[in-house]
Design a protein around this ligand. Structure first.
Ligand SMILES: [Zn+2]
Length: 173
């Protein structure tokens, strides 16, 4: 691409002339710019050559006979698609679990490692407390704490198991 300025007219440079050339030939260029380009072309041999080249190409394209797509065009395209690989990916596409088994179904609070660990911690401490105080199993709030503490961890684990079961069933069928 010869970008050397052979143009004495400062209103348009070769770069913008080339950029607008296609629109100029299409006749869609804004009038003022179109005139500037016309003037530039008169004085710039390089751009004139480019103009003629493009114009020739456009004429060639315009004169191409309309080509009717063959009747079985769609089928040929589809046949060229690698169906085996598409099939191979089927398992991935089908690996869907019910919404309640999606990780995101549980609130982030519950899923968070901190919540789960803290919960289990509370459970263990409550349990130890019960043992230390030698309390009967179902008295006071400590048993409740033992149960409540493990809920987040349990939820996450049960969900994980459910997910594994569903996916296992899917890959068998
Ligand atoms: Zn030029």
């Amino acid at each position: 691409m010869g970008r050397k300025e052979t143009n004495p007219n400062p209103s348009m440079k070769c770069g913008s002339c080339r950029d607008d050339l296609q629109e100029y030939l299409d006749g869609t260029l804004e009038k003022k710019t179109s005139l500037q380009l016309f003037l530039h072309l008169r004085e710039c041999v390089d751009c004139q050559v480019e103009h003629d080249r493009l114009e020739g190409m456009f004429q060639l394209l315009d004169n191409l006979p309309d080509y009717q797509a063959p009747a079985n065009f769609d089928e040929k395209i589809l046949a060229s698609v690698n169906y085996q690989r598409y099939r191979a990916m089927e398992k991935i596409r089908r690996e869907r679990v019910p919404v309640y088994l999606e990780k995101e179904f549980l609130p982030a609070m519950v899923r968070s490692r901190v919540t789960r660990l803290a919960g289990v911690g509370v459970s263990i401490l409550s349990l130890l407390g019960m043992v230390a105080m030698d309390l009967p199993i179902l008295s006071g709030f400590l048993p409740l704490m033992v149960v409540a503490g493990v809920v987040p961890e349990l939820l996450v684990r049960i969900q994980g198991i459910g997910r594994r079961v569903v996916l296992a069933q899917q890959s068998e069928s």
